[in-house]
Design a binder for this molecule. Structure first.
Ligand code: NCD
Ligand code: ZN
Length: 347
């Protein structure tokens, strides 16, 4: 039985580290295990311009533990007003790595997202021209759309058209949550890649809603059926280059997470790699873990993989229930907090 595996250092292609005290509290969990991460721009206010990104990156660098070699990669929050010239300038000088689409009101801090798709055509044309990746929160939001169908409808109404309209546009459908999503990415690879979270690989909507309501399992896109989870597990563990790691670790203040009108987002950075390892072991695919965590993502982003390695060991530990955030009794709940975690990053 495999009890120890060595893999190239992973990267996280979809991560929320927020700002201020929350940033300081959560960033070290990612920085100690991952080489790079795409930092999501849905701050309040969002990272909308090159200038916003320069300032945010400085705050992130200041929050890194001393001696850390972690590299933050920033995404530009797309709005109806985004200026293609500003995006291009940010990409050319390395401030931006990608542009991120949030359909307006699809998820946390997405109110300033895209509300009129006709207005982003010039940006998409520019991204195609300069070879800059386009990241999508792939959900169509509308009164007529059931929340479990949002990903599927987004693919039908938007993504399947963009693939043809912008054949040179390099895209990522983020946090795949359905069989439809996983199948579409496969069919549109290598133009389209897809990230998969630890919680969409691990949970079903019955876990979330079937034995008491678990606010900690509420995220966008919502967790779906066992059949969807099965398709995602098969996709992630297949070794196919179009699927790669994106934790969507998304901390929220405790009170907002468990409120009557609670917010979507699951803080999983402390257990992310351990949870992926558990899933790959359960699927008999530990030999494919490194491709998913450390090789497929860089390839899709046309970046070199990390040179150094990490070691994972099968050695049980208990995940913390919450982590403290400086400020008035602030804290954030941890995904799988209090559970025995099978795998551990040891070096
Ligand atoms: C994310 C957040 O909290 O910022 N929430 C979530 O449910 N995944 C935003 C996102 O990626 O949708
Ligand atoms: Zn996210």
């Amino acid at each position: 039985m495999t009890t120890r595996i060595t893999i190239r250092r992973p990267d996280d292609w979809h991560l929320h580290v927020r700002d201020g005290e929350m940033l300081k509290a959560v960033l070290p969990y990612t920085a100690k295990e991952f080489g790079r991460a795409i930092l999501m721009p849905n701050l309040v206010p969002p990272v909308r311009t090159r200038e916003d990104a320069v300032a945010y990156r400085a705050r992130v660098m200041a929050a890194l533990p001393a001696g850390s070699r972690f590299t933050p990669l920033l995404a530009c929050y797309l709005t109806d007003e985004t200026d293609p010239d500003d995006v291009e300038r940010g990409f050319r000088d390395g401030v931006f790595t990608a542009v991120k689409l949030y359909p307006a009101n699809a998820t946390t801090n997405s109110a300033a997202g895209v509300s009129d798709y006709r207005k982003i055509t010039r940006v998409l044309e520019r991204l195609e021209k300069i070879g800059m990746p386009f990241l999508m929160h792939g959900e169509e939001v509308g009164a007529d759309i059931d929340i479990f169908d949002r990903e599927k409808v987004f693919i039908e109404r938007r993504l399947s058209k963009w693939v043809k309209e912008f054949p040179g546009l390099h895209m990522v459908l983020e946090h795949l949550s359905s069989k439809d999503g996983a199948d579409f990415v496969k069919s549109a690879a290598p133009q389209v890649g897809g990230t998969i979270t630890p919680y969409h690989l691990n949970l079903t909507r019955t876990d979330w809603l079937g034995a008491g309501l678990k606010p900690m399992m509420y995220a966008m896109p919502v967790i779906k059926t066992a059949c969807d989870r099965e398709a995602l597990r098969k996709a992630a563990t297949s070794g196919a280059a179009c699927y790669f790691l994106g934790t969507d670790s998304a901390p929220h203040p405790f009170a907002r997470k468990i409120a009557i009108n609670g917010v979507p987002g699951i803080f999983n950075a402390p257990v992310a790699l351990a949870t992926y390892a558990k899933v790959f072991e359960e699927e008999g695919a530990l030999d494919k873990l490194e491709a998913f965590t450390s090789l497929n993502g860089p390839k899709h982003y046309r970046l070199p993989p990390n040179e150094d390695k990490i070691v994972l060991e099968k050695s049980p530990w208990t995940a913390p229930v919450e982590i403290k955030v400086a400020g008035a009794d602030e804290r954030t709940l941890v995904y799988r907090g209090g559970e025995t975690i099978e795998w551990k990053v040891v070096e």
